[in-house]
Design a protein around this ligand. Structure first.
Ligand SMILES: Nc1ncnc2c1ncn2[C@@H]1O[C@H](COP(=O)(O)OP(=O)(O)OP(=O)(O)O)[C@@H](O)[C@H]1O
Length: 406
């Protein structure tokens, strides 16, 4: 802020008693001139002060208006991509729009490329968001002791055996692997249709090995945390190191590790950076101690083969929809707390549920319970299971109707 100019010195009139009347008159004239001059200076200063007061009042009005807008309007989330002499390049989350925008000096001082910021309708940067903690908490789901065990998983005996061998053994018997002189698999990739128990498998290993379960969804990295994917992947491995033993579970890995497409949009480059970070974290994995990575995908066909190279996701485990025995076991698991009528034959019913996933069988059991309640009963009958199956198949058909006709 500019300092106010100092006041002019007050003119002094010095009259000598020995002065002649003419000399006195001259001195008085001089004094009068000085007073007029000082008066002019003071008037100028007063005008300047009034102008300044005007400016300040305008500034206060503007700040009040800004404050009001800040309080009332929603702000959008963006990432500051680059600071330039003219302002800052921000990329809005959700639509990936990049703009060069101005930023007030007070915000600019604390801003660094890569920060998440809040922007208004005209892309003005209004706030810097606390980066790490905020995004970390949103992007990762951390569970110190997941409550899924192998016995909660139906029909995946072979897959459980493979996961135990590839993930659990190296964690609990690291010494044995060293003595034999072999490297355990770095990462395990579970692939198969949705709702078949891939997440359950990963949680069960974490439970069995008393490891922290840390989940990150590839699709969210790409949709919600634009510009931050690579950093979050680094954070993910850092967090795992802080919390080891740990199981890192990357769901929907196809979102960050899909085959390269022809288009070269900035979104692709961003996804590419995220994947490169993941690969480099995995390549430096040997020294990381008690951390294992499990990834899952429903779109195995889309994966970039680079992530399947030795030392990366080099153990592939297919998790298919359950066969008839698997479906019976899953139905048993999900009805074990339910009050089933003696007429219920889960084995016979399982033969009618070909093609259903574990998740669909789990919701079928709940639906059957709902039919019993609607009918005023406290026991579930075979007919409730049939009604539930019809409902689930009808829901399925409805959701596969093309959008334009739905
Ligand atoms: N094999 C199974 N045994 C028992 N329950 C199962 C099984 N598979 C799925 N479920 C039920 O479905 C729910 C969802 O399963 P889960 O999240 O493990 O599937 P997923 O394969 O990871 O699915 P997505 O690919 O959609 O992420 C589970 O919480 C469980 O209730």
């Amino acid at each position: 802020m500019s300092r106010s100019p100092s006041l002019p010195e007050r003119p002094r009139l010095e009259l000598d008693p020995d002065m002649t009347p003419d000399e006195r008159l001259e001195a008085l004239r001089e004094h009068f001139k000085e007073i007029v001059q000082v008066n002019e200076q003071l008037t100028e200063q007063l005008d300047a002060a009034r102008d300044r007061q005007h400016d300040l009042t305008d500034e206060v009005d503007q700040l009040e208006r800004e404050n009001e807008t800040l309080k009332t309007s929603s702000l959008y989330i963006a990432t500051a991509e680059e600071l330039t002499d003219d302002g800052v390049v921000v990329k809005q989350h959700g639509n990936n729009q990049e703009v060069l925008t101005e930023v007030s000096p007070s915000i600019r001082d604390g801003l660094e490329a890569g920060d998440r910021v809040a922007i208004n309708d005209s892309f003005g940067v209004k706030q810097i968001l606390d980066p790490e903690t905020d995004a970390r908490a949103q992007a990762m789901q951390v569970d110190g002791s997941p409550d899924v065990s192998y016995s909660d998983i139906g029909g995946l005996e072979e897959q459980i055996r493979e996961v135990r061998e590839a993930v659990e053994e190296p964690l609990v018997n690291a010494e044995q692997f060293r003595e034999v002189g072999i490297e355990p698999p770095s990462g395990v990739l579970l692939h198969g249709p949705p709702g078949t128990g891939k997440t359950m498998l990963a949680k069960a290993v974490a439970n069995e090995t008393d490891a922290t379960f840390i989940k990150m969804a590839g699709s969210e990295l790409v949709r919600k945390f634009i510009g931050e994917g690579a950093r979050l992947v680094r954070d993910l491995f850092e967090l795992a190191a802080e919390r080891e033993p740990a199981i890192i579970f990357i769901d929907e890995i196809d979102a960050i590790a899909a085959k390269r497409t022809e288009s070269k949009t900035s979104g692709d480059a961003e996804v590419q950076r995220t994947m490169m970070q993941l690969l480099s974290e995995m390549d430096g994995f040997d020294e990381r101690g008690e951390i294992r990575i499990i990834a899952a995908t429903n779109r195995f066909d889309m994966l970039d083969r680079a992530i399947l190279r030795p030392g990366r996701f080099d153990r592939l485990i297919e998790v298919p929809n359950p066969d008839v025995e698997g479906r019976e076991r899953i139905l048993e698991i999900h009805t074990q707390e339910m009050n089933l009528d003696d007429d219920v034959d889960l084995g016979a019913f399982a033969t009618e549920t070909d093609g259903l996933s574990g998740a669909e069988l789990a919701s079928l059991a709940t639906e059957a319970g709902m039919f019993a309640i609607r009918d005023g009963r406290t026991t579930v009958q075979q007919s409730d299971l049939h009604d539930a199956l019809e409902k689930i198949e009808a829901d399925d058909d409805a959701s596969s109707v093309p959008v334009a006709f739905a």
